[in-house]
Design a protein around this ligand. Structure first.
Ligand code: GLA
Length: 393
């Protein structure tokens, strides 16, 4: 659907669900894809994501009373969720997806920003759910953006929207995520990737000069499932490894180490599995720094090689890939014209990201798609994506 079609469909549904579509306005926040720098954002390392042109649309209208109503066209079965601004907000299982926008309302309140009147909000997203392209962070940033625009909280910067999103996901929704997703979405810039140092939040926009190649996302259609608990487990492993290393060196995060220093001291991490986890965090961060330089120098080939090495490290040391993502990536590596391919996001299912020469894309989709279905038993979906801007009206 084009933007115009989405607009018409949403306003029509808004009218049916909430009665009277008159003055509803439509806002948008993107999804994101991470090019490289995986599982580094909670280790004080670098990430290199970009915002997509697919994402979440919100049709919203202010109300005159203290009621807020939420409806998602992606979860029609959940129906309308109604909440009063006078209740003390906490996550409620039956509110399902609406716990994400509600978390943002709560987090704004925690910062003393409380809307006087409620609103009706209808969402429609074209990011595949649970695909690792950050549909939840997209909803968070969208909600924050809407609250800022609708209620005049004009001191809130886009970077604040990212921090509020992460705070709400950590403390309201109980997912211990890093800052990457919300930052990439809130700060997105058309045709640019964001090179972010998660230790300081210093960032730089890097023009995506891919020399006749495009970004292709392959969705494994394997949902993350147990992902969240495994995600928290990896975080805990890295935290313990850091504590062990801190007995030897004065560091605040694994991101402060280069490969050579790590190799010298790594046997202090007693458990070999935990040592592998830390190894990934250290090497992946260094790879991300190199990848950003490679892109800046127009060395797309090196960029691709670093993406491939990132996948191997996520497969062997961090162990967050699984047969679905490994199949997609290993089949991609076989196709001529593929510059680099790796899993993206948290892992355990979700998507891969590949840089593919334009003239090879058709063959890539056919070849990888066929091999995947043969081995896994169901089909993958492919998206040739464009890099877009952050949230907007
Ligand atoms: C998820 C989290 C991010 C990041 C990635 C892994 O997307 O939300 O903060 O940790 O996984 O790189």
């Amino acid at each position: 659907m084009t933007d115009q079609q989405i607009r018409e469909v949403m306003l029509a549904r808004f009218g049916e669900v909430f009665a009277g579509q008159g003055d509803a306005e439509i806002f948008f926040a993107p999804g994101r894809v991470n090019l490289i720098g995986e599982h580094t954002d909670y280790n004080g390392g670098h990430v290199f994501p970009c915002a997509l042109t697919i994402g979440t649309y919100g049709a919203v209208r202010k109300r005159t009373d203290r009621t807020c109503r939420f409806y998602s066209m992606n979860f029609e079965q959940v129906g309308v969720i109604e909440v009063s601004l006078d209740e003390a907000l906490k996550p409620v299982k039956e509110r399902d997806w609406a716990n994400y926008p509600l978390g943002i309302l709560w987090a704004f309140g925690e910062r003393g920003m409380k809307p006087e009147t409620g609103f009706d909000l209808l969402l429609y997203g074209n990011i595949p759910n649970g695909s690792g392209l950050s549909s939840s962070a997209s909803v968070e940033v969208l909600t924050g953006y809407i609250l800022r625009e609708l209620y005049g909280f004009s001191d809130v910067t886009n970077q604040d929207l990212a921090l509020i999103g992460q705070y709400s996901e950590n403390h309201f929704n109980g997912v211990n995520c890093g800052i990457m997703d919300q930052f990439a979405i809130a700060m997105g810039k058309k045709d640019h990737a964001i090179f972010l140092d998660t230790a300081t939040l210093e960032y730089r926009y890097a023009p995506l000069k891919l020399e006749g190649a495009k970004i292709v996302i392959a969705c494994s259609n394997k949902k993350r499932g147990l992902g969240d608990s495994k995600y928290n487990e990896r975080r805990a492993e890295c935290e313990t490894a850091l504590k062990e290393l801190q007995e030897l060196v004065d560091i605040q995060s694994l991101g402060e180490l280069d490969e050579a220093t790590f190799e010298k001291i790594c046997t202090r991490i007693v458990d070999p599995v935990r040592r592998k986890r830390a190894r990934h965090a250290v090497y992946e961060n260094q790879r991300t720094i190199q990848a950003q330089e490679a892109l800046e120098n127009g060395n797309v080939k090196l960029f691709g090689q670093l993406m491939n090495a990132s996948h191997e490290s996520l497969r062997d040391d961090y162990e967050v890939t699984g047969i679905e993502l490994d199949t997609l990536v290993e089949e991609a590596w076989k196709v001529p014209g593929v510059i680099g391919s790796r899993m993206t996001g948290a892992g355990f299912g979700g998507c891969t990201v590949s840089i593919v020469r334009e003239d090879a894309i058709e063959h890539f989709i056919e070849q990888v798609g066929m091999a995947y279905e043969k081995k896994i038993g169901y089909a993958a979906d492919f998206y040739v994506v464009e890099i877009g801007d952050g949230p907007h009206r």
